[in-house]
Design a protein around this ligand. Sequence first.
Ligand code: ZN
Length: 173
Amino acid sequence: MLVAGLGLAASMVLHLAALFGLAPLLLSPLGSDAQALHMALIMGIFVVWLPAVLLGHRLNTTGNTRPSIQQMLAGCPTWMQYGFFAIFGYAVLNFFISLSGRSPGDDGLVQELRLVTGHAMLFYGIAFGSFYSVLNRPGLLAPRYCPAGHKVGHEDHFCAVCGLPAPRDGQQP
Ligand SMILES: [Zn+2]
């Protein structure tokens, strides 16, 4: 979770730098370390993404084949969930803007940085969100059942199979 938080912060800073043309200023004192930083950012995504996906599968208690991002973020406060959807929308937008061309005076590095950090923010953000989610609502990891024993999603108030009201989190029938 610490790695996810740090990665989110680092990719946001680098992304803003690339956006406002400050990237050369920030990266040139680093010299060859800039490339290492770039690689670390990408490697970090894999480090945090694997546990996030595994966690997503445990949070998926409705029996769907894939966990949804809503399920992964179910334990986050509403403002945080909106924040993640904003980052998601932005990452898609950024992808197309970055592909459409580079700004004047750019040797391609800044464009690449924008593209990579735009996606890095998304992956780190969702990973951070799902870790936070579980810390905030540990009950999300336990499966939930209706009084008749069918599996019910954590956000459902009624069983989809029999229609009985589902117990609240933490109450088992
Ligand atoms: Zn039921």
